[in-house]
Design a binder for this molecule. Sequence first.
Ligand code: AMP
Length: 429
Amino acid sequence: MSFESFVLDARIHAGIQSASYTAPTPIQQQAIPPILSGRDLIGIAQTGTGKTAAFMLPILQRLTVHPGRGVRALILAPTRELAEQIHQATRQFGSCTPVRSVAIYGGVSKKRQVEALRRGANIVVACPGRLLDLAGERSINLSQVEVLVLDEADRMCDMGFLPDIRRIIKLLPMRRQTMFFSATMPDDIRKLADSILHDPITVQVGVEAPPKTISHALYPIDGGRKKQLLLAMLKQRATGRALIFTRTKYRARSLAGDLSKKGYRVSALQGNMTQNRRQNAIDGFRTGRYDILVATDVASRGIDVADIGHVINYDMPDTADAYTHRVGRTGRVDQAGEALTFALPQDEGMVLRIERVLGNTLERRRLEGFNYGTFNPEARPKSNGNGKAPSNDNHRRLRNADRKPGNAGRRPGTTRRKLQAAGQRRSGR
Ligand code: AMP
C-alpha cells in the first residue's frame, strides 16, 4: 500500500514526501480512511507506531480543502515534549499548505503562543493546563473547533488531567469529529471514550507489545552494583546513542551527574527541569551534543529522536506498559534497537509480566569480565526464604517466582498462564 491510495490533496502528499515517508504504517493504513470519511475513532496504539500522521494527515486534508478561520482542530497531549513533537510533525506535513499550527504548553512565556494564535493558527496542539489558562484569559476561542484529538489518553489520565479534559470539552462545540488515542484501554479510559465519542470505529495496532525490531536482554544484578555494571557496560560496548531510564527524578539527576564526572556526554531529562532545559536536553541528544540521556518515564514521553541504538532500563519499570513505552524509543519504524534491562532479584515478578507481553522469555546475560562478587547472574532468583538452590530450569523458576508470601504452597505443575494471572492480580493490574 502507498500513500497515493489515500485521497489527499497534492500539497499534503508533498508534505508526506518531505518527511520521507514511503509507505503508511499499519495504524495509518487502518485509521486514515475512516477519519477522512468523518468517523470518530478510537486508536489503540502506542507512540512509535506512526499515529501522529494517522490523525494529522486527515485533519490537514479537511482544513486545506475547506479553508476557514479560527482554531479548527485541537490536539491534547500529556507532555510538552509530545505537544512540541506533534506540532513539528504538523509543520512538516502541512509545509505546502496554508494551514498553520501552534504548540501551547506551560513553562515558557505565553506571549509567542498568543501571538501565533492571533496570526491565525488553525491547529492547536496543547497540554491541558496552559490551554485552560489561555481560555480563561480569553486569548483563545475554542468555539470553532471541528476536530478534537486526545493523544496518549491513558497517560493524561495517569497524570491527573481528566478534570481538565472534561473542562476543555465543555468549551468545544458538540458537533465535531473526535479521535482518541491510547496505548491501553483500562475501564476509566473506556468510560471517558464512551462519554465523548459518537459511534466510533476502533482500530488497534500492536497492543502493548513493543516493535518486533527490538531485541531484549536482561542483566541480573544486585542492588549495590548497578552503577558499576552500567559503567562497565558503557565502557565495553559502543552503545551509540543511549537512553537510560531511572525510576525517579532524583536518580535521573544523580546518575547523569555521575556519568558526566566519568567523562560521558550526558544530560538528565526529568520533570523538575524547566521547559527550556528539557528541550535543550532533547535537542542536544538529537543533534549529537549528548550521547546519553538519563530520563524518567514521564519526561521521556514525546522524545522523538532517530537512531537511539539502546534503551537501558537502569531501574525496572513499574508496569509492562511502561516497559513497552520505554523500549519503543529504540527500534522505531523498521530500525533495529536493543533494550537492556537491569534486574534485581526482587524484580522477578515484573520480569514475568514483561515476558508475558513479549510472548517470550528474556535472554539473561552476564557482562563478561565484570566482577559480580558473590552474586550469580545466571541463577534464577531464589524465592523468599525457601532455601532452594538457584536453578536455570524455567519451570522451577516460575514456581519459585510465584512462591511469595501469600502464595506459599502452590502446587508444582501449575500452568504458566495461571501463575502470571496470579502475579497480575497481586500487583493490581
Ligand atoms: P509516532 O508514533 O507518530 O510518534 O511516529 C513514530 C516515528 O515514526 C516518528 O519518528 C515518525 O516520523 C515515524 N513515522 C511515522 N510514520 C512513518 C512512515 N509511514 N514511514 C516512516 N516513518 C514514519
